[in-house]
Ligand binder design. Structure first.
Ligand code: FRU
Length: 487
C-alpha cells in the first residue's frame, strides 16, 4: 500500500518545482490538497484494489494519454480530486519502469477556470514533430453542456511529463472546422501517425441520439496546433448507436483497429485504412470485454510497435472515499484467423508470490475443495482439457459459511462469470487466467474473451472447487499465486 505520509509529502514537494503560471499552480495545489485529505479513508477501505492502478483517493474514470517515454510507462487518468463521485475533471498521473510497480505523480492538468474552463476531459499524449511531448484533450467550458459544445485543447511539457503548460494556440481544434456539420458530444482526441502524416480522431454522433461516428483531422504544422477536418473516418454500422466515445485508431501488424465506447460494451473493428481518402473499412467486429464494468479504454504503443490497452473499471459502490480503477494492462494482437487477442501483460508475473498448484485433476469426480493462498489478491491459472459435451463449473468461495461463491462456468459455447455471459468457441482446450484484486475480478479465457466484474471481496480463507458435468474433463494444471501490491 502507498503510505499516506510518503505520498502527501511527495505531492507537496513536487508542486513548487512547477514552472507554470500561478493560476495553474494554484488550481493544482487546491486539487492536490483535496485529494490528499481523502487518502487515509480511501486507503483504509477493504474494497480498494492493490494491484490495479487507482488514484490515491477520490473519483477516477478513463485512462488518458498512455505513453512510453524515456524509459517510463506513463498513464494519466480522469480524476475528480474533490470527491468520490463525478465532478470537475483533472488529469491524474502515474508512471512505471516495468509495468509491475507504479509511482503516483502530481496532478498533471487542472481546468483553467480563469479562461472559462470547467473540465479537462479525456484525450491522448503524443510527441509532436518538434520532439515535444504534447497532450490533447477535450476542454469543457463553464456553463456549457458538452453535448452541444466542446473544444479540443493542447498542453506541452518540457520535463518528464510532470509539469504541463497549456498551449497559447488553444483551442487547437474547434467546431468551426466542421463547416455546416453538427457533431454532438464531440470529444476524446486521439493522435496517430501514418507515414509522414499526423492524424487525430475524435468521437461523437451526427444526430441528436444516433449515428455514432468517428471524425478525422489532419495536422497542418509540426507543432500540431493547426488541423483540417477530413470528414467521417467511420460511422458505426448500427445507426441507433448513441455515440462513439474515446476512439482509439492504430495499426496492429498489418491491420487497422478501431476501439469505440458507445455507452455500452466497448466495440472493436478490424479493417483497412485509406490515408488518402481518410476512410476506414471494417472487416470484423467484436466486443473487448463482456462484463459491464470495463469502459473507455486507451492504448499505448510500445517501442517495438506492440500495443497495450487499459480500460476504466467502474461500478464500485459509492461513498468509500475512492471510486474507479484501471484494468490490468493487456497486450493486444491479431490471431491468424483475424480475431483480436488480449493477454495480461507478461510483466504482471513480477507481482506473483509463492504459488500453490494442483495437476491432472479428473474433474468428473473431483470433490475436494482446494485451499487458496491466504489472501484476497490472487491470480489463478487453470489449463483444462475438455470433451465435446463437457460443462465446467469453477466455484471460488470465502471461508465464511454464509459467503456467496463466485461462479465461473463454461458450457460448450458460452463462458459465464457470475451473471455475465460471453460467446466462446473453443476446441478441446480452455485456458483461464483469473485475477482477483479484492473487489475486482478480471477473467481472460483463451486470450480471446475478457470479462471484468465488481465482486464482494473474498476473505483470507478461500477455496476453489472445480467440476465437470456431462462429459469428462481434466485440469492439467491449476495454479494460484498471492499477488503483491503495485505501489
Ligand atoms: C468516457 C467519458 C469521455 C469523457 C470523459 C469525461 O467515460 O465520458 O467521453 O471525455 O468520460 O470524464
Amino acid at each position: 500500500m502507498i503510505r499516506f505520509s510518503r505520498l502527501s509529502i511527495f505531492f507537496f514537494l513536487l508542486l513548487p518545482l512547477g514552472s507554470f503560471a500561478d493560476s495553474a499552480n494554484d488550481a493544482i495545489a487546491r486539487a492536490t490538497a483535496a485529494m490528499v485529505a481523502g487518502i487515509p479513508r480511501a486507503q483504509a477501505d477493504p474494497l480498494r484494489p492493490i494491484f490495479h492502478v487507482t488514484s490515491p483517493a477520490q473519483w477516477m474514470n478513463d485512462p488518458n494519454g498512455p505513453i512510453f517515454y524515456q524509459g517510463y510507462y506513463h498513464l494519466f487518468y480522469q480524476l475528480n480530486p474533490f470527491g468520490d463521485g463525478d465532478g470537475p475533471k483533472h488529469w491524474g498521473h502515474v508512471r512505471s519502469r516495468d509495468l509491475a510497480k507504479w509511482e503516483p505523480l502530481p496532478i498533471a492538468l487542472a481546468p483553467s477556470t480563469e479562461a472559462g474552463e470547467a473540465g479537462v476531459w479525456s484525450g491522448c499524449c503524443t510527441i509532436n514533430d518538434r520532439g515535444e511531448p504534447m497532450i490533447f484533450y477535450t476542454s469543457v467550458a463553464q456553463g456549457k453542456s458538452a453535448f452541444d459544445h466542446a473544444e479540443q485543447w493542447a498542453a506541452t511539457s518540457d520535463d518528464d511529463l510532470i509539469h504541463w503548460q497549456k498551449s497559447p494556440a488553444n483551442p487547437v481544434l474547434s467546431e468551426e472546422l466542421h463547416g455546416g456539420r453538427k457533431i454532438y458530444d464531440w470529444r476524446d482526441p486521439f493522435v496517430f501517425h501514418d507515414g509522414k502524416k499526423t492524424f487525430l480522431v475524435a468521437g461523437g454522433h451526427l444526430e441528436k441520439k444516433a449515428r455514432a461516428a468517428v471524425n478525422i483531422y489532419q495536422a497542418e504544422n509540426s507543432d500540431l496546433t493547426k488541423w483540417i477536418y477530413r470528414g467521417v473516418l467511420f460511422e458505426l454500422p448500427d445507426p441507433n448507436t448513441p455515440t462513439a466515445e474515446c476512439p482509439n485508431f492504430f495499426k496492429l501488424g498489418d491491420q487497422w483497429v478501431l476501439f469505440v465506447s458507445p455507452y455500452g460494451k466497448v466495440q472493436y473493428f478490424i479493417g483497412d485504412f485509406d490515408a488518402t481518402t481518410c476512410r476506414f473499412k471494417a472487416r470484423a467486429q467484436g466486443t473487448l470485454d463482456y462484463g459491464s464494468s470495463f469502459y473507455a479504454p486507451n492504448t499505448m504503443q510500445l517501442p517495438d510497435d506492440r500495443r497495450l490497452v487499459w480500460g476504466w473499471i467502474n461500478g464500485f459502490p459509492g461513498g468509500h472515499g475512492w471510486n474507479g480503477c484501471l484494468s490490468l494492462p493487456r497486450l493486444l494482437s491479431i490471431s491468424r484467423d483475424g480475431e483480436l487477442h488480449q493477454q495480461p501483460a507478461p510483466q504482471l508475473t513480477k507481482l506473483r508470490g509463492k504459488p500453490v498448484e494442483w495437476r491432472n485433476l479428473h474433474l468428473e469426480n473431483h470433490n475436494a475443495a482446494l485451499t487458496l493462498p491466504k489472501t484476497n489478491t490472487l491470480e489463478i491459472q487453470a489449463d483444462l482439457s475438455l470433451n465435446t459435451e463437457s460443462i465446467i463449473e469453477i466455484k471460488l468461495k470465502s471461508g465464511a459459511t454464509d459467503a456467496q461463491p463466485i461462479y465461473i462456468t463454461f458450457n460448450r459455447t458460452t463462458l459465464g462469470v457470475m451473471d455475465s455471459r460471453a460467446p466462446l468457441q473453443i476446441g478441446q482446450k480452455l485456458s483461464l487466467r483469473i485475477f482477483i484484486d479484492r473487489s475486482v475480478l478480471e477473467v481472460f479465457a483463451n486470450e480471446t474473451v475478457c470479462l471484468t466484474k465488481i465482486i464482494p471481496p473474498l476473505d483470507n480463507n478461500s477455496t476453489l472447487e472445480i467440476h465437470s458435468f456431462e462429459d469428462p474433463a481434466t485440469a492439467k494444471l491449476v495454479r494460484a499465486w498471492p499477488m503483491q501490491t503495485i505501489w
